[in-house]
Write a protein that binds this ligand. Structure first.
Ligand SMILES: Nc1nc2c(ncn2[C@@H]2O[C@H](COP(=O)(O)OP(=O)(O)O)[C@@H](O)[C@H]2O)c(=O)[nH]1
Ligand SMILES: [Mg+2]
Length: 226
């Protein structure tokens, strides 16, 4: 049986996170920035996908990114090639980002100068699901090389996400990826979820996703009357 004190501590940590996440969400809304967080297992292709996204959006939008990892600044170095402002958050032993880490990382940034802020979470399909980061949209990424049943095995993270992206489509034939089976897995966990199929390496399928982001920002600003 679980220790009731442990449950109490966990509850308090989550509550504290929610308070900060709520404040962040208000700050984001006031600044008119649209915030997208990315979650996936390690190696699914978050950084590759994000680098391509940042580069593609830059001519029209002001973009920035925060990236979380247990150790190393490798991903921030890769993302900085897009010339967008990027900050690395190293979490040490923690397998997820928390709202307070995002808040600290944003120090010194004027959010009014950003249209899209992306937050790459630590690669993990379990821990990040319960931590609200104040984002407007949570994107869960899965790659064709991971198999079709990840949503069934990790339903909580798929449930907590708003949209799904299936990436590395250039490898689909080589790994005999079954698109229908993947769709069934995703839709059974999160009925109606919007899914994009693409390859961040070749760029195939990226346009639909970029157009979707475009619309999201327009709608967000119309609702917030910015
Ligand atoms: N073939 C192919 N490889 C990819 C694609 N996206 C990422 N990769 C490769 O997958 C590996 C992990 O990618 P990375 O972006 O670091 O994943 P992350 O750990 O989720 O950030 C790297 O070797 C990438 O080059 C893709 O669309 N197609
Ligand atoms: Mg990465």
């Amino acid at each position: 049986m679980s220790d009731p004190r442990l449950i109490e501590v966990r509850r308090n940590v989550l509550k504290q996170n929610d308070v900060i996440a709520r404040a962040l969400r208000e700050r984001f809304r006031d600044a008119g920035v649209f915030v997208i967080s990315l979650v996936s297992s390690p190696g699914s292709g978050k950084t590759t996908f994000l680098e391509r996204t940042l580069t593609a959006l830059q001519p029209r939008y002001r973009v920035a990114a925060l990236v979380g990892d247990l150790a190393t600044e490798n991903d921030a170095v890769r993302l900085a090639r897009s010339k967008a402002p990027v900050k690395q958050i190293t979490t040490g032993t923690l397998c997820h980002l928390e709202a307070a880490m995002v808040q600290n990382a944003l120090e010194g940034w004027d959010l009014r100068n950003i249209d899209f802020l992306f937050i790459e979470n630590v690669g993990n399909l379990v821990c990040p699901s319960s931590y609200d980061l104040g984002e407007n949209m949570r994107l869960v990424l899965m790659s064709v090389t991971e198999g079709e049943d990840k949503p069934l095995k990790y339903p909580t993270i798929f449930n907590s996400a708003d949209i799904a992206v299936v990436t590395k489509n250039d490898l689909a034939a080589a790994v005999e990826f079954d698109w229908n089976a993947a769709q069934v897995s995703i839709q059974s966990v999160r009925p109606g979820m919007k899914v994009f199929r693409l390859s961040a390496k070749s760029g195939e399928g990226m346009n639909d996703y970029l157009e979707f982001l475009d619309k999201q920002l327009t709608e967000h600003r119309a609702v917030a009357q910015i």
